[in-house]
Write a protein that binds this ligand. Sequence first.
Ligand code: ADP
Ligand code: MG
Length: 740
Amino acid sequence: MSKSKSSESVKVVVRCRPMNEKERAAGFERVVSLDVKLGQIMVKNPREASANEPPKVFTFDSVYDWNSKQIDLYDETFRPLVDSVLLGFNGTIFAYGQTGTGKTYTMEGLRKDPERRGVIPNSFEHIFTHISRSQNQQYLVRASYLEIYQEEIRDLLSKDQSRRLELRERPDVGVHVRDLSSFVTKSVREIENVMNIGNQNRSVGATNMNEHSSRSHAIFVITVECSEMGVDEENHIRVGKLNLVDLAGSERQSKTGAQGERLKEATKINLSLSALGNVISALVDGRSSHIPYRDSKLTRLLQDSLGGNARTVMVANIGPASYNVEETLTTLRYANRAKNIKNKPRINEDPKDAMLRTFQEEILRLKEQLKKRVGKKERRKQRRRRADGGRDGDDQEEGETEDDDDEDKGEYWKEQQEKLERERRAIVEDHSLVAEEKAQLLKEKEKKMEDLRREKEAGEKLAAKVKDMESKLLVGGKNIVDHTNEQQRVLEQKRQEIAEQKRREREMRQQMDNRDEETLELKETYSSLQQEVDIKTKKLKKLFSKLQAVKGEIEDVKEQHISERQEHEQIQDELTRELKLKQLILENFIPQDEKNKISSRMFFDEEEESWRMKPITRLEEDHQMMSRPQSAVGYRRPLSRDARYKAENVLTLAMDMPTRTTRDYQEPVIDPKTAAALEDALREENEIQVDASDHSSLGAAFSSGSLKKPKSGRPRTGRKSGTPSPGNPLYPQPRGLVPK
Ligand code: ADP
Ligand code: MG
């Protein structure tokens, strides 16, 4: 059952961070200005040449300038979304923007400072406070934390951080990450703990955390399950899922110039982000029937949030300074498009994968089990009492309630233990028994005592488990208590009212703005010619400036498109070159037979999105390969290593060449100084040439590195080294065979 609602747009807000110290020190100009009341943002062109150009204007659901407080964003923009998650809707908050513009600040903020806490910690507080104030509802809250880096999914809460997870799609639960760990959390402190662990793991293995976080997407997922008695007297469970997404930096990353592995890496780095852009474009285009969700892990995982059944808020983060203007405009255009995505939010009622239901059933089952144990014990007790002469009447037993059960239990165990101990002592003291017999009896008694202890332990364990599981199911006022006082509550209420009012005011202003333009166009009756001229001139001016703005926008988008296309073309060229190399290797170095064998076995796995080999069993079914009979005595035949591979029909490629054990002779390398000295020493007197005019050539002549054999091959040993002959020291006669 699901309550459907008409469609609603993705809510897009823009937040501009303050200038940072560096920017202020460098004296950068601020090119962004915001009209918070109207939800408008103006960006002017910092170039001197275009000083008279009108600023580019964008309108959003709301905009937040550098004075905005975290709590303002929360109350106005995020709180309503988290509220609907508590009702059982799916909700997603994206932080989009260039690195360093405040995505992480918006999502996490400074956790220790309540004023500067981001939406994630604020939502923790919100969710648990809501539960503590609830009545007649049972809640289960759990959290997961994952990261997408180079199209690989890492579970940030798992012990094994080297493991990569896969996406799976099931018709009943949709797209999900297989084996993603999730932790049930009972309080703000516990869920904060989960986040801290994830954040620590995020930095593990990253050589440069800044670079890593700017290239990876972090998704914190909170699932809130709520069980409540419906009007039909049946328990119903609603499940809301909140995705809190800190996206990778949106800045353009040059992929060109890279080759091989580096190219593969580069093309993967922002694949998810460009896929997100493509999905948004396709969604708002109206003409495209195909939405490319499958192009990346991110878009597949968040499919619901983009044109699906979730509520979505996108925060576009920008910087104010002139040197960022290109990126700022790109972000604003991106955000502007995202405004037009339509979602159809719907409450998830009684989904198949609700964990709360499993919990409730398990608790019931364990309680039954516990009851049975108690029942067994009771019967034993009754029997014992009857044997004792029935001093206590049965009626007393009926009067026992569950409350004194605990006390009673303890007494029972003690009684039993004492009884066994007494019997044991009796055996020890009984002198009529033979030693062997005694030992045997003692052993039996001890075993009984051990059994008793074990039984007791098992019972206790069971009770503890029930208690533990029950403590995880949160019930307002019972195992989760609201600590805010009345004053705080009133304050909270007021804040929310103000936020709501602000929102309505902004909406009205935006509507009025639109209407102004319309009425200007509609006013067709004029009292005088002059008035008509005035109004029409005004209208013309307005339309003209609008036209200019649109023209400018078209130019900009065209330019952007061209540069993007060029980059794509370059990447394509590089990929084609790679492909050609692979083909060359394939055609020339892989035997045709083997190639055919491989091709016939390969298939494209849509789930894994990679080429895989069909398992060999398929071939066996086709009787292409006979299985080896077992040996007569029933054991498996021993196989040599190579034969085993043969049997498994692993590719029969030619053997690798053995690794070489010899090396090519290499002339000894002599330190250049020594070489020079040696050469000097071995030089014939009249061979020395010194050119006083050119020092570099002198240097070259002396630093030839290794010792050169004379071309004549004649050994030169025996020649006396010498100082240049006094007769002609600077310009010796060149000799034909000696290199100059
Ligand atoms: P991103 O995650 O987008 O790369 P960060 O959130 O790390 O950017 O922000 C970069 C720096 O700017 C941080 O030091 C952060 O504290 C600061 N900052 C960002 N937004 C704001 C803001 N609205 N107010 C104050 N400081 C901010
Ligand atoms: Mg960040």
